[in-house]
Design a protein around this ligand. Structure first.
Ligand code: F6R
Length: 285
């Protein structure tokens, strides 16, 4: 059995061979490393943008921040600089922003997006939307409604890019978020703040709240791609993909999305049935 497991695992990792046979609750693809997976997702986004441009329609992207999508953004920049990918007519909506937060702060997601993507491509910055960490508290509810209305006016997001928190959050929809939750000011989980503490110079200086797109608009995206890399994601990917659908692990809601794929490296995928016991999932070719 051990030999068989190793054989199957090796064949999976060698060529990202799809063993799912539609038995997976969430379709997953995994690759030797984060770079390979990131290039696949960047290509999907580039293809979408080119398709929409050819049809004279806007491409509407839902974007994430954090460490995970950095290589994917780097590949999009490369496609722009070396392969003529233009971002004209592309509209973007970021998932979240800490609150309060000035846009030029080292930890602001506005700054993150400029540094990691927008400063290096030809996107019209008027088409960029990121939750505003500077608005007055009493204006947040109205701001969130407008943010959603703007997405709705496009008919929803064409693609939503996600990372995943170690507690299973998507955006900053922490454990306990409802599947129909709206864009709102959320309290950050201890685990989220703990994971971010080094960016802020310690836990006590780490924000306690953020504005986040709700689960509802993530689930409404026509296509969802979630990226997860490294050992810190192995357990939560297992739970999100193969555990019950539960608000304790908001990423598990994606089991009910009709067009979602998780792009993983082999470490993040290590506990999946597809790796551990692939013969339980269906006929092995
Ligand atoms: C960021 C976001 C978060 C992150 C998640 C993983 O916009 O919405 O859900 O995707 O916290 O963060 P990293 O990629 O830094 O591990």
């Amino acid at each position: 059995i051990i030999q068989f497991t190793n054989f199957m695992a090796n064949s999976v990792f060698n060529d990202a061979y799809d063993l799912s046979f539609n038995y997976e609750k969430i379709p997953t693809e995994f690759y030797k490393n984060a770079l390979e997976a990131s290039k696949v997702v960047a290509k999907e986004i580039a293809d979408l943008i080119r398709r929409k441009q050819a049809a004279g329609k806007p491409a509407v992207l839902g974007l994430a921040t954090g460490n995970t999508p950095k290589l994917m953004y780097a590949e999009l920049i490369r496609l722009h600089k070396e392969e003529g990918l233009s971002f004209k007519g592309v509209h973007t909506f970021n998932l979240d922003e800490y609150y309060p937060m000035q846009p030029d702060d080292i930890n602001s997601y506005v700054r993150f997006m400029k540094t990691n993507l927008f400063d290096h491509i030809d996107i019209d910055m008027n088409n960029v939307n990121i939750p505003d960490g500077t608005i007055a508290k009493e204006d947040i509810a109205a701001f969130c409604q407008e943010y959603e209305a703007k997405i709705d006016a496009f008919g929803g997001l064409d693609i939503q890019v996600l990372g995943i928190g170690s507690n299973g959050h998507v955006g900053f929809n922490e454990s306990g978020s409802h599947i129909n939750s709206k864009t709102r000011l959320v309290a950050l989980d201890y685990s989220t703040r703990y994971d971010a503490r080094n960016d802020f110079g310690g836990l006590s200086k780490t924000p306690t709240v953020a504005i986040s797109l709700g689960v509802h608009h993530i689930m409404n995206a026509k296509r969802v791609v979630l990226l997860a890399f490294g050992p810190g994601k192995t357990n939560i990917i297992h739970k999100a993909c193969e555990g019950p659908v539960t608000e304790h692990v908001p990423a598990s809601f994606l089991q009910t999305h009709p067009n979602v794929t998780f792009y993983l490296d082999e470490v993040a995928a290590a506990k999946l049935m597809k790796v551990q016991t692939p013969w339980l999932m269906g006929p092995v070719e």
